[in-house]
Design a protein around this ligand. Structure first.
Ligand SMILES: CC(C)(COP(=O)(O)OP(=O)(O)OC[C@H]1O[C@@H](n2cnc3c(N)ncnc32)[C@H](O)[C@@H]1OP(=O)(O)O)[C@@H](O)C(=O)NCCC(=O)NCCS
Length: 191
């Protein structure tokens, strides 16, 4: 690792370490202010609750209105993009890298990593203790059940759970317009 990068990481972990465990709203504001300086992008206000660990913050983007709960783990090694109004419940981990293990001749910790960015769409709810692994895209409005291990993409508005995560259900679709309301609107337009 280049010396400049090493100093940058050291600065991040030292400064963020000062605010990482502060409680309540005051802590949330202090963390937001520090992380705004170091993450790839924070759009608007985002709640970072206490004891959120962040590796490779330069790869992490997060949209406005989102919340990252207590004790979560975010890893931006190969890119972690979280949309708007996303809830990441306490103790969840989003990890955009794996250790390589192609050969038995070299210790796993020395093998090249395998990577893949994680994308989390708007309005996703990731339940407590869930694990989202490298290369996964979670579609808008989806729900990841508590304790799930997500290894493959999740389609929008689905609910997934289990280890590995499988689809449990689709969220009900209440977005269809009521035909009576459409007819009323058409009549009003032509009145
Ligand atoms: C995913 C979740 C929202 C589903 O809620 P629900 O629709 O009320 O779920 P139900 O209890 O009716 O269960 C529906 C099915 O999903 C299964 N299921 C529910 N939660 C599950 C989980 N965490 N892992 C695996 N399967 C789960 C149930 O066993 C049931 O399966 P079945 O139909 O075969 O019997 C909820 O179980 C959950 O995990 N919530 C997260 C809570 C959390 O993290 N809160 C933090 C606050 S931000």
């Amino acid at each position: 690792m280049k010396i400049g990068r090493a100093i940058w990481y050291l600065t991040f972990h030292t400064v963020y370490g000062l605010v990482k465990y502060l409680p309540m709203l005051g802590g949330d504001v202090a963390r937001w202010a520090v992380l705004k300086l170091f993450l790839r992008r924070i759009e608007g206000w985002v709640w970072f609750r206490d004891n959120v660990t962040i590796w490779f913050p330069e790869g992490v983007s997060i949209g406005s209105g989102s919340m990252v709960g207590e004790n979560c783990f975010l890893d931006g090694f190969s890119g972690l993009t979280i949309g708007r109004n996303v809830l990441v419940a306490h103790n969840a981990s989003l990890i955009a890298e794996d250790h390589g293990f192609a050969t038995r001749k070299i210790p796993i910790r020395r093998q090249p990593k395998t990577v893949g960015p994680i994308l989390v769409g708007d309005d996703v709810w990731i339940g407590c203790g869930a694990r989202v692994l490298k290369g996964v895209t979670i579609g808008q409005g989806a729900i990841v059940a508590a304790g799930a291990v997500v290894t493959t993409d999740v389609i929008p508005y689905s609910i997934v759970g289990g280890v590995p995560a499988r689809m449990l259900a689709m969220r009900p679709d209440d977005t269809e317009a009521d035909p009576a309301e459409l007819a009323d609107a058409a009549l009003r337009r032509h009145a």
